[in-house]
Design a protein around this ligand. Structure first.
Ligand SMILES: Cc1cc2nc3c(=O)[nH]c(=O)nc-3n(C[C@H](O)[C@H](O)[C@H](O)COP(=O)(O)OP(=O)(O)OC[C@H]3O[C@@H](n4cnc5c(N)ncnc54)[C@H](O)[C@@H]3O)c2cc1C
Length: 401
């Protein structure tokens, strides 16, 4: 009998990480990605706790450290751009400091993971699953462009708005958080510093500028809004909404709005994904497609841990896919349940008194009294990034890339 075969859908973080570990566990791996190439967009993602441990076991920790975004901390700025509260980057994996020690552009991490797995897995870019049929012994898969194929298992790692998930898990619940985030890359100017700078523009609108390690500046507009269905708009529609929403915001908002036409724009309507179960027969969901918690510092870590555990369990019982998926879910649930509880509620003030209160609170937190309180743990909730202990599977992936 040949090696068991598996199709992984989605080539961002969870998909390629799973591909490496699955190939090492003896699976014949195919990865299908809807985009025509590896996607480079996105900004900083943090890798902490168990995510960092997975990278260490892949021999990638140093490579990720070498790609650090160079961000030194977080500063809140007023309309003229003066910082009124600053917070240095953190040292501990579990604290909620704005900048983690392993802080990397999402596109660069995706590339490292893709390179790590590319020699061991088949990648199909520019294609997607259109139908799946699980007959209990295998899964017949139809692709939009390629030929129909049969696999022993399928893993859906397509992010929070996964379409293939809807074919298998129609009971997925998408909890909209009412936050819209637009990410784009701008030419760096002499005034851009090495901190993540945030300006509260009022009425739930924030402007962010962050340094990167490739000589450009990463901008984000994030807004708390009651508008729904924005993900149905085309690019022009979203740009028009953002221009109207931010028209009267100061600081660097006009510069960011002027850059909205560039190709790097990526828009996310932020939602949490909740599923009563992450597997059905021989099909499982992984990463944001299964448990998206929002962009609050745990998504990449949970995706890496999930990829590792999923592959480890499939490696342990390749002949019993449903049992492996059951153990995968049992092991990981505590981690992602806690991650979904970690939603900062105060970050996008919509009314003026709230904005003033938040600014006053940040001034205190960023001053000497704040340092004392932080040392006492008052402002420093721990991020849920090491809730589960990673099992030791008898599988070793090739080190590094
Ligand atoms: C372009 C992009 C930019 C991002 N930017 C940020 C950021 O700035 N900050 C942040 O915190 N998080 C960002 N994220 C999200 C972050 O990567 C995830 O929260 C986390 O790392 C978990 O990753 P994931 O692999 O589970 O899902 P995702 O990173 O969402 O990746 C899903 C992948 O599946 C692909 N896909 C989607 N539908 C299909 C389909 N039908 N068939 C095949 N492939 C499909 C997508 O193109 C993508 O490559 C971004 C994600 C993407 C895709």
């Amino acid at each position: 009998m040949g090696s068991p075969s598996i199709l992984v859908s989605g080539a961002s973080i969870a998909g390629p990480a799973a591909a490496s570990w699955l190939a090492a566990a003896g699976w014949q791996v195919t990865v299908v990605e809807r985009a025509g190439r590896l996607r480079d967009e996105g900004q900083n993602v943090d890798v902490r706790g168990v995510g960092r441990e997975v990278l260490r076991r892949m021999g990638l920790e140093e490579a990720v450290r070498a790609h650090h975004t160079s961000e030194t901390g977080l500063a809140f700025v007023d309309e003229p751009g003066r910082a009124y509260a600053s917070f240095p980057a953190g040292g501990d994996d579990t604290d909620s400091s704005p900048t983690a020690e392993l802080e990397i552009l999402r596109g660069q991490l995706a590339r490292l993971l893709h390179e790590h797995s590319a020699g061991a897995a088949e990648y199909l870019f520019g294609d997607r699953i259109t139908a799946l049929h699980d007959d209990g012994h295998g899964v017949d898969v139809e692709l939009a462009h390629g030929q129909a194929r049969r696999f022993d298992a399928v893993v859906i790692a397509e992010g929070s708005r996964s379409r293939t998930r809807d074919l298998v898990f129609p009971d997925a619940r998408i909890d909209e958080l009412g936050l819209l985030a637009a990410y784009l890359t701008l030419p760096r100017t002499a005034d851009d510093d090495r901190q993540w700078r945030i300006h509260f523009g009022g009425r739930g609108r924030l402007v962010h500028l962050r340094p990167d390690n490739v000589g450009t500046t990463r901008a984000m507009l994030s807004v708390h809004t009651d508008l729904r269905g924005l993900d149905q708009l085309d690019r022009e529609g979203i740009v028009a909404v953002l221009r109207a929403t931010y028209a009267d915001v100061g600081w660097e908002a006009p510069r960011v709005l002027a850059g909205l036409d560039n190709d790097s724009l990526h828009v996310d309507q932020i939602a949490q994904v909740r599923l009563p179960s992450w597997h059905r027969g021989r099909v499982a969901v992984l990463g944001d497609a299964a448990w998206c918690a929002g962009p609050f510092g745990t998504g990449t870590t949970s995706a890496l841990a999930g990829a590792y555990v999923l592959a480890g369990e499939l490696g342990a019982t390749p002949g019993d896919v449903p049992a492996a998926f059951t153990r995968y879910e049992r092991l990981l649930r505590p981690q992602v349940d806690r991650a979904q509880d970690f939603v900062p509620r105060v970050g996008h003030p919509r009314v003026e008194w709230h904005r003033r209160l938040l600014r006053a609170g940040l001034r205190v937190a960023g001053g000497p009294l704040g340092s004392t309180l932080a040392r006492l743990g008052v402002f420093d909730p721990s991020l849920p990034v090491d809730i589960v202990a990673l099992p030791d599977y008898p599988v070793r992936v090739p080190a590094g890339v």
